[in-house]
Design a protein around this ligand. Structure first.
Ligand SMILES: CC(C)[C@H](C(=O)O)[C@@H](O)C(=O)O
Ligand code: SF4
Length: 403
């Protein structure tokens, strides 16, 4: 009996397989490097441009002339080679690929470590380096070592102010930053069914923070309904009675608001323990927590109030932004005094908008709080959207109330 990775890759754990990829994507950072590597390989024609995507999301709109020129060259290359391009403002690659492109059972590679996000659809989705991506552009295929699988068994239901991000921080803390290296995670159990697609994407997104290649959910009625909204027909996947290397048990009823403290993602405390920590900036967004449900939850908490600290909100994609406009969520966010940025990675990697200064402290809904990531000498705490919203209103880390 197979795990989901074994079923999709068609071989037992530990074996090496060559597989055609269904979707391969790169962004403005790694796309430039892949293009360069392809030039060095002397490859002229791409055999399967229809499988490839470029998504400009990391430094958009461009921050310097050099960046703008690199993006212009890559944009031109996309045009001549037939690679579909999502340009500045379209959104973060993992979100854009999740809006009807990736389907259950696909083999998906992205030149970005958080490609594991798309495992939420029951796809085998994993990150590759830019040189590997160039080879995939040149051939349409790549090799994989079929990973062993660690199950994260979810039972119960989330309650109070706890949300999927808190579950993600809980399993990262439990496994540790190297605890699942080269493994796949499978999120299974009765509790998984009660988690929305946006919530599943948050859970799968952080798989790589444990070293895992991917973090997968079995496609079910929730997946099928979500994809139908994008005009995609999909079928549920039936879990088999397989052998996992290890099972981590998480009772959703026990999950409370959590915070990862500087500078490791797996150093996690209850929000209550760090309550009162001074903040200079709150950042809501990223491929972890910039989806519509996240913005809606944030708006519900800040509605009719004013933020007490610089608060940046970057929607994960244009369609997230459009929906937030249509439903009034964005107006609530703007009225509360937040800065709204264009869809993309925004301040997440400290490359442009929203860089923090020396000694400044940011509470972020992202997935990484490594030293100097958002600015040299800054400190990053990671939390859920609800914790970020409650903290934006007070200016210090604050345990969210149930809303
Ligand atoms: C820039 C890119 C290669 C990087 C990644 O792969 O993760 C970025 O997205 C990040 O989150 O640090
Ligand atoms: S939002 Fe952050 S973590 Fe996600 S792809 Fe962009 S830079 Fe990486």
């Amino acid at each position: 009996m197979s795990t989901l990775s074994e079923a999709i890759l068609g071989a037992p754990a530990g074996e090496y397989v060559d597989r055609e990829v269904d979707i391969a994507f790169a962004h403005d950072g790694t796309g430039v490097l892949a293009r360069e590597a392809l030039r060095e390989m002397g490859v002229e024609r791409l055999p399967h441009p229809e499988r490839l995507r470029l998504v400009f999301d990391h430094i958009v709109p461009a921050n310097t002339g050099t960046t703008a020129t690199l993006q212009a060259e890559l944009r031109e290359y996309a045009g001549v080679s037939g690679i579909a391009l999502s340009d500045a403002g379209g959104g973060i690659c993992h979100q854009v690929m999740g809006e009807g492109v990736v389907r259950p059972g696909m083999v998906v590679v992205g030149a970005d470590s958080h490609t594991c996000t798309l495992g939420a659809f029951g796809a085998f989705a994993t990150g590759v380096g830019a040189t590997d991506m160039a080879a995939i552009w040149a051939s349409g295929e790549t090799w994989f070592r079929v990973p062993e699988t660690i199950a994260v068994n979810l039972s119960g239901r989330l309650s109070g102010a706890a949300e999927p991000k808190d579950v993600a921080l809980a399993y990262v803390a439990e496994l540790g930053m190297e605890g699942a290296t080269y493994r796949a995670l499978e999120f299974v159990g009765d509790g998984a069914a009660g988690i929305s697609m946006d919530g599943r994407l948050t859970l799968s997104n952080m798989a790589v923070e444990t070293g895992a290649k991917t973090g997968m959910f079995y496609a079910d009625a929730v997946t099928v309904r979500y994809l139908a909204d994008y005009g995609v027909t999909a079928s549920p996947q039936a879990p088999e009675d397989c052998r996992y290397e290890r099972t981590v048990e998480i009772d959703l009823d026990d999950i409370v608001p959590l915070v990862a403290v500087p500078h490791r993602v797996d150093t996690v405390r209850e929000a209550e323990e760090v309550a009162g920590t001074h903040l200079d900036q709150v950042f809501v967004g990223t491929c972890t927590n910039g989806r519509y449900e996240d913005l809606a939850r944030f708006a519900r908490i800040v509605r009719g109030k004013k933020v007490a600290v610089r608060t940046l909100v970057f929607p994960a994609s244009r369609s997230v932004l459009a929906r937030a406009i249509a439903t009034g969520v964005l107006a609530d966010i703007v009225d509360a005094g937040c800065v709204v940025g264009s869809p993309g990675c925004g301040p997440c990697l400290g490359a442009h908008a929203g860089v923090i200064g020396e000694g400044e402290v940011c509470l972020s809904t992202a997935n990484r709080n490594f030293k100097n990531r958002m600015g040299v000498g800054g400190e990053i705490y990671l939390s859920s959207v609800a914790t970020a919203a409650a903290s934006a209103i007070t200016g210090v880390i604050t345990v969210p109330e149930v809303v």
